[in-house]
Write a protein that binds this ligand. Structure first.
Ligand code: IMP
Ligand code: MG
Length: 185
């Protein structure tokens, strides 16, 4: 019997830690978006952010709407190409009233989040802020600091809690470092 977790070298963010992080970020969001004049829309960037988004939205207590977008950077293996394609767009007639919070699984080069922020502002969103569960600051190719951040991690390829390698490992309930032999074989 093959178990998915056998391909994990080390757990980087445990289920308990995930629970503490999502509780903390939800509180920060509650505080910042409590105004009557706010129309908070969480935008989940599919598919990686699905699990984080689900946990986070359940802990937010101010009024909130949800939406999804999909962006792909043509990449090979564990490296991003730097070119972003929006494959599922945000189509909202009320975008000019929306305070959008982009929810990402991980910020690596920063190219995806920078591109999406500019794109949504260009479409006329009232405000656009960014929230990421994981941040790899040492990998930045464009300067961007997420408004909300779960945890900074070193430059290692991680999977689980929504993050994949070749579409696998997303369902793991924790974030782990993939054994290098899995992607070098
Ligand atoms: P960026 O545009 O380079 O910041 O890339 C962000 C995207 O790259 C994320 O949304 C992930 O899909 C992917 N990515 C970056 N690092 C990792 C990783 O360690 N594991 C899995 N996916 C990753
Ligand atoms: Mg992603």
């Amino acid at each position: 019997m093959k178990y998915v977790k056998d391909d994990i070298a080390e757990i980087l963010v445990s289920e308990e830690e995930i629970d503490r992080i999502t509780t903390r970020i939800a509180k920060e969001i509650d505080e910042d978006y409590k105004g009557e004049d706010k129309k908070l829309v969480l935008v989940c960037i599919l598919k990686g952010s699905l699990v984080f988004m689900g946990d986070l939205m359940k802990k937010i207590t101010v009024p909130v709407e949800i939406d999804c977008m999909k962006a792909s950077s043509y990449g090979v293996g564990t490296e991003s190409s730097g070119q972003i394609n929006i494959t599922l767009d945000l189509l909202r007639p009320d975008i000019k009233e929306c305070d959008i919070l982009i929810v990402e699984d991980i910020v690596d080069s920063g190219i995806t989040l920078t591109h999406l922020t500019k794109y949504l502002l260009m479409k006329g969103a009232k405000s656009v802020k960014t929230c990421t569960f994981l941040d790899k600051p040492s990998r930045r190719r464009v300067e961007i600091t997420p408004d909300y951040c779960g945890v900074e991690i070193p430059d290692e390829f991680v999977v689980g809690y929504g993050l994949d390698y070749a579409e696998m490992y997303r369902a793991l309930p924790f974030v782990g470092v993939l054994k290098p032999e899995v992607y070098t074989k």
